[in-house]
Write a protein that binds this ligand. Structure first.
Ligand SMILES: Nc1ncnc2c1ncn2[C@@H]1O[C@H](COP(=O)(O)OP(=O)(O)O)[C@@H](O)[C@H]1O
Ligand SMILES: CC(C)(COP(=O)(O)O)[C@@H](O)C(=O)NCCC(=O)O
Ligand SMILES: [Mn+2]
Length: 908
C-alpha cells in the first residue's frame, strides 16, 4: 500500500479519550508470576535483569533449591561451589593469560504455568547430564609477566583464587578455602609457584603446555562459530569449519617462541617443530633497536615504516629489476637488514619506524615459511596461527598469510584465531574435571561485548567493570578524554605485490588501538539451555541474516538508521526509569557506549565476529541492559495492550460472523495490518504522532489490498481449508513467533491463534525472553492471553488446557472450571532479547515445543525479513510481515514501504 497521508488520520486527542475509556490492564491482572515486573520497584527489577543476556534461561534458583529431578541444568550445585574452579592461568615468558569463570544470578520463573508447560512438552524429568554444564561467563584477561604483582592483585581483588566471589554469593557460609588449587600452564606455573602460594595461598596445579594449547584450540574451533578467519590483503573472512574435517591441522603458536604442533584429534598431537625466532625476538630486538617502551609502541612504529631503507631488496641487487625467472619482484626482500652492511651508517641513522617494519616482516615471513614447510612435511592444508605476537594486527597476519600462500602456491591456508593468545589458558581451564565444558556446543555460547573495561592507556588488562557506577564514571572520563575508543585500527591493505615481495604498508600515521580497548574478544556467556531450533531444514547452511552487511553501502545505511534512532531511544530509556538524574547519567553512558560500539564496527565490521543486523539490533538491546534499562517501552506496550484489548471483543464478533474463507483472509490481513505497530521503525514512529492506535490500525486494515507484494495466501488457504470436497487434516501444532505488543499481538496474532485452535491445532505462542523495543515478552503474554480469554471461550479453554490460566483464574464465561478437553494454547520464551531471531540459539523450551510442530508462523520485519526470510524449515512455514522501511522494501521485494509479505512455504 502507498504511504499514509495525514488525511487518513485524526488528531491526537482521540488517543487520550480512548485511553480513558479502555480498561487498564493492571486493574484486571489476575496472574502474577514470581519475578514479574508489574508492581515491582525499579530496584527489584534491576536485580532480576542485571545479569544481562537471557537470564530466564538460566534456571539457577531452581537448581539451588535442590530440585535434582529437573532437567534444566543451568547453574548448578551451589553447595558444591568449592569443587567448581573459576580460574586458570597460562604464565608465559612475556604475558600472563587468565581465563576465569563467573556465575551470575539468573531469573527463575518456575511458576505453575511453566511446570504445566514442561509437563506438556515432556521436559520435566530425566536426561540430566552426568556432569552439568555450568551457566555463567568466561572472561579473558592478560597481564605482562614482568608485572606479575598486578596480576596477583587482580586475582585477589576478584577473589578468584577462592573459587570466586560468586561462590559466596551463592553460599555465604561457604568456607574460604585457603588451600585451593588453580590450574596453570606455561613456564611461569613452575617459576612462580612459590609466589602464588605465598601471596594467595594457592597451589598451582601444572598442566602440560602443549596439551593445553591443543585443547584450547580444539575447544575454540568446535565451540565458537566465528573463531577462525583468513586475513589476506587487508580482508578478514571468517571460515566455517566443518567439524568432520577439523583434523588434522597444524597449530602454530607464536608466543615468545614458536611451537608448531600437528593436531590429529582431541588429545592427539605431536609437537613437530618450533623456532626460537618468535614474538619475544620481535619485541626484544625491537626494544633494543628502537628504544620503544611497549610492544604496542613498536608495532605502531612499524605502520609508518619503510623497510626498503634497511632491507636489501631484489631490486637493490638486480639494479632495480625483477628476478622474474624465479618469481621474485624487485621489491622482494632479498636479505632482511641486508642494506645495513653496505652503508656507512650507525643505528641512529635509521628510523625506528623502518627498523620496526623490517623486523616485523622478517619474523612474520620467516614463521609463515617454517609453518608452511612443516605443513608440507605432513601433507596438511590448514594452518591455524595463535599466540599474542599476532595481536590482531592486520599487517602481521597479511605477511604470514602471504608467506603461506606464496610458498604453497595457494595449496595451504593460513588461518587466525580471535582468541589467539588464550589457547593455553583455555586449555588449562578445560583441564578441570566436572565443569562439563567438553559438552559445550556452539549453540550454548553467546559472546557479548560489554563496555566499561578500563581503557585507560598503558594497562593491558581489561576486566569488564561489573559495577555500574564504575562503568558510568569510566564512560564519563572517556568522554572527557576524547575519542580514544573510536580511534581507527590501522586496517589499510598492505599492498602486497605478489611474487614474494611486499610494498611498504600504505597506512601512515594511524595510532594502534590500545591493547585494552581492542575489544575484539568479548565475554563468553555459557547458556546451557540454548539449543538449535530442531525444525531448521539444514542447520549447517542456515544463515539468519538476510542482508549482507559486508556490502559497505548496506553497512553504512543501517549504521545511520541506528545512530539516528539513538536520541529518541535515550529519551524513552530515561523516561522509562522515571527521568531521574541517575537515569540521565545512565542514558548518557548508554548513548556513548553504543555509539562507541557502532564506531568500532564501522571501522572494522568483523571485529566481533561476522556481522549481521541480528547482531547489531541485539547489541543495542544488550547495551541498554548493561546500563540497567530494564524495559524501555514498558508503558508504551501497556498503553497499546489496553487499547487493543478494548476492541478485541468487537473484532472477534466480526470474525465469527464471516464464512471460513473470508475469515481466514481477514485474519491474515489483520496480522499484516497490525504489524504496523513497530517502535523500531522511523517511519512508523512518525506515523504514531498522527493518530490513535485504533485509528492507525483501522486505516492500516483498510489499506490492505491484495495481491500483497508477496502473496502466497491462496496456497496457504488451500492447505488450511482444502479445495472442493477435500478437507485437509489440520496441523497438529503451530508455533507462532509473535512480534510487538498491542494491536500486533492482540488484534493480529491472537485471533489467528484462535482460528487454529478452533480447527484443532495446538498453538504455541513464541515470544521474547527479554524485552526488545515494543515486542511482547513471554512473561507478559500470559496476562494478555488471560485478559483476552475473558472475552472468548475458545481462548479461555485453550489457555486453561495449556496451563496459562492458573489459580483463581478468570471467572469463566460458562461457569465451568478445571481442565477442559480443548487443544492447548501455550506460551514459550524464544531465548532471546532482540527484535530478530537467530534460530541456531533458542530456548530449550522452544526446542522442545518444536518437536511436535508441523507449522511455523514467523511474524514481523525482524524475525521474518531481516532474519529468516530465506530460512528453510522441515515443516510448513508462513512468513508474515509489513515492510516498514523503504530501502528494505526495494531491496527485498522490489516494492515500497508498507507493502506486505505473505510467504507460505509448504514442506515439500
Ligand atoms: N602488550 C604486550 N606486551 C608484551 N608482548 C606482547 C604484548 N602484546 C603482544 N605481545 C607479543 O606477544 C608475545 C607473547 O605472546 P604469548 O602468546 O603471550 O606468549 P608467551 O606465553 O610466551 O608469553 C610477546 O613476545 C610479544 O611479541
Ligand atoms: C527493529 C525492527 C526490525 C523491528 O521490526 P518488527 O520486527 O517489529 O516488525 C524494525 O523496526 C527495523 O528494521 N527498524 C529500523 C529501520 C527503520 O527505522 O526504518
Ligand atoms: Mn518488533
Amino acid at each position: 500500500m502507498a504511504g499514509f497521508g495525514t488525511n487518513d488520520i485524526k488528531g491526537r486527542e482521540k488517543e487520550d479519550e480512548g485511553d480513558k475509556n479502555s480498561n487498564t490492564l493492571e486493574s484486571h491482572v489476575v496472574i502474577r508470576t514470581e519475578g514479574e515486573e508489574v508492581g515491582q520497584s525499579s530496584s527489584e527489577r534491576d536485580t532480576i535483569h542485571r545479569s544481562g543476556s537471557r537470564p530466564q534461561l538460566d534456571l539457577s534458583k531452581a537448581a539451588i533449591q535442590g530440585n535434582f529431578e529437573e532437567r534444566d541444568p543451568a547453574i548448578l550445585l551451589p553447595n558444591q561451589s568449592d569443587d567448581l574452579s573459576h580460574l586458570a592461568l597460562d604464565i608465559g615468558g612475556s604475558l600472563i593469560k587468565l581465563v576465569y569463570f563467573s556465575r551470575h544470578e539468573g531469573q527463575s520463573i518456575d511458576d505453575k504455568r511453566k511446570k504445566t508447560l514442561k509437563e506438556r512438552l515432556g521436559i520435566s524429568n530425566g536426561s540430566r547430564r552426568s556432569y552439568p554444564i555450568l551457566g555463567g561467563r568466561l572472561h579473558f584477561v592478560k597481564f605482562e609477566t614482568n608485572k606479575i604483582n598486578e596480576c596477583l592483585d587482580f586475582i585477589y581483588s576478584k577473589q578468584l583464587h577462592r573459587g570466586g566471589m560468586d561462590a559466596r554469593i551463592w553460599n555465604p557460609d561457604a568456607p574460604t578455602n585457603e588451600s585451593s588449587v588453580v590450574k596453570a600452564t606455561g613456564g611461569g606455573a613452575y617459576k612462580f609457584a612459590d609466589l602464588f602460594k605465598e601471596r594467595l595461598g594457592v597451589s598451582l596445579d601444572k598442566e602440560d603446555e602443549m596439551n593445553c594449547l591443543v585443547s584450547g584450540a580444539n575447544f575454540l574451533l568446535k565451540a565458537i562459530r566465528h573463531e577462525a578467519f583468513t586475513h589476506m590483503e587487508g580482508q578478514k573472512e571468517f571460515v566455517q569449519i566443518d567439524q568432520n574435517e577439523l583434523f588434522p591441522y597444524l597449530l602454530v603458536n607464536i608466543g615468545s617462541g614458536v611451537s608448531i604442533i600437528k593436531v590429529d584429534g582431541d588429545g592427539k598431537f605431536q609437537r613437530v617443530s618450533g623456532t626460537n625466532v618468535g614474538g619475544g625476538t620481535y619485541w626484544g630486538l625491537g626494544k633494543l633497536l628502537t628504544k620503544c617502551k611497549s610492544f604496542d609502541e613498536l608495532l605502531e612504529l612499524s605502520q609508518r615504516g619503510d623497510n626498503g631503507a634497511i632491507d636489501m631488496l631484489v631490486g637493490d641487487i638486480y639494479g632495480g629489476m625483477d628476478y622474474s625467472k624465479i618469481g621474485l619482484s624487485a621489491s622482494t626482500i632479498a636479505s632482511s637488514f641486508g642494506k645495513a652492511i653496505s652503508e656507512n651508517k650507525e643505528l641512529e641513522d635509521y628510523s625506528p619506524e623502518d627498523i620496526s617494519l623490517s623486523l616485523l616482516r622478517m619474523i612474520s615471513y620467516n614463521i609463515g615459511q617454517i609453518a608452511y614447510l612443516n605443513a608440507l612435511r605432513f601433507g596438511l592444508k590448514r594452518i591455524y596461527f595463535g599466540g599474542f605476537f599476532i595481536r590482531g594486527h592486520a599487517y602481521t597476519m597479511d605477511t604470514i598469510s602471504f608467506a603461506v600462500q606464496f610458498w604453497s602456491n595457494g595449496d595451504a591456508q593460513a588461518m587466525f584465531l580471535r582468541h589467539e593468545g588464550f589457547l593455553g589458558a583455555l586449555g588449562a581451564f578445560m583441564s578441570y574435571e566436572k565443569h562439563g565444558l567438553d559438552d559445550l556446543m556452539v549453540h550454548h555460547l553467546v559472546e557479548r561485548f560489554p563496555m566499561g573495561a578500563p581503557y585507560t592507556g598503558g594497562k593491558i588488562h581489561g576486566p569488564p567493570l561489573g559495577d555500574l557506577n564504575e562503568k558510568i564514571s569510566w564512560m564519563e572520563k572517556f568522554v572527557r578524554k576524547g575519542t580514544e575508543i573510536t580511534a581507527p585500527v590501522p586496517m589499510a591493505p598492505p599492498g602486497t605485490t605478489g611474487l614474494g615481495g611486499f610494498e611498504v604498508p600504505s597506512s601512515k600515521g594511524g595510532t594502534l588501538r590500545s591493547d585494552a580497548s581492542a575489544l575484539n574478544i568479548g565475554v563468553l556467556h555459557l547458556v546451557p539451555t540454548l539449543e538449535l531450533f530442531p525444525l531448521l531444514a539444514d542447520p549447517k547452511t542456515y544463515e539468519p541474516n538476510t542482508i549482507d552487511l559486508s556490502d559497505h553501502g548496506e553497512l553504512e545505511y543501517w549504521f545511520t538508521v541506528l545512530s539516528e534512532h539513538l536520541p529518541d531511544l535515550v529519551d524513552k530509556a530515561v523516561a522509562s526509569e522515571g527521568g531521574t538524574d541517575d537515569a540521565k547519567r545512565r542514558g548518557d553512558a548508554f548513548a556513548h557506549a553504543f555509539s562507541a560500539h557502532l564506531a568500532r564496527l564501522m571501522e572494522e565490521p568483523a571485529a566481533y565476529g561476522k556481522l549481521g543486523l541480528v547482531n547489531l539490533l541485539e547489541l543495542r538491546e544488550e547495551c541498554l541492559r548493561e546500563f540497567q534499562f530494564v524495559d524501555v517501552y514498558r508503558s508504551i506496550k501497556q498503553r497499546e495492550n489496553e487499547a487493543s484489548l478494548a476492541v478485541l471483543p468487537d473484532l472477534l464478533m466480526e470474525l465469527d460472523s464471516m464464512s471460513e474463507e473470508a475469515r481466514l483472509l481477514t485474519l491474515i490481513e489483520g496480522v499484516l495490518a497490525a504489524n504496523i505497530f513497530d517502535w523500531g521503525s522511523r517511519a512508523c514512529m512518525d506515523l504514531y504522532h498522527k493518530g490513535t492506535i485504533i485509528e492507525i490500525y483501522r486505516m492500516s486494515r483498510n489499506k490492505m489490498q491484495r495481491p500483497w507484494r508477496v502473496d502466497d495466501f491462496d496456497v496457504f488457504k488451500e492447505r488450511m481449508l482444502g479445495s472442493g470436497d477435500k478437507k485437509p487434516c489440520p496441523h497438529k501444532r503451530a508455533l507462532l513467533f509473535v512480534d510487538n505488543s498491542g494491536a500486533d499481538v492482540i488484534l493480529g496474532m491472537l485471533p489467528l491463534a484462535r482460528e487454529l485452535l478452533r480447527r484443532g491445532t495446538e498453538v504455541v505462542l513464541v515470544a521474547n525472553s527479554l524485552p526488545a523495543l515494543n515486542d511482547a515478552t513471554a512473561t507478559e503474554l500470559p496476562e494478555i492471553v488471560a485478559e483476552a480469554a475473558k472475552h472468548c471461550d475458545i481462548l479461555r479453554r485453550a489457555a486453561e488446557a495449556g496451563g496459562l490460566l492458573v489459580d483463581a483464574m478468570v471467572s469463566s464465561l460458562d461457569g465451568s472450571n478445571g481442565n477442559s478437553s480443548s487443544v492447548p494454547l501455550m506460551v514459550v520464551e524464544n531465548g532471546c532479547g532482540s527484535p530478530c531471531i537467530d534460530l541456531r540459539q533458542v530456548s530449550s523450551e522452544l526446542a522442545a515445543a518444536a518437536k511436535e510442530a508441523d507449522l511455523v508462523i514467523l511474524e514481523g520485519m525482524g524475525r521474518a525479513l531481516h532474519t529468516n526470510l530465506n530460512a528453510k524449515f522441515k515443516c510448513d512455514a508462513l512468513k508474515l510481515a509489513m515492510v516498514k522501511n523503504q530501502r528494505l522494501a526495494q531491496k527485498l521485494i522490489q516494492g515500497n514501504i508498507y507493502d506486505c509479505v505473505c510467504r507460505y512455504e509448504p514442506v515439500s
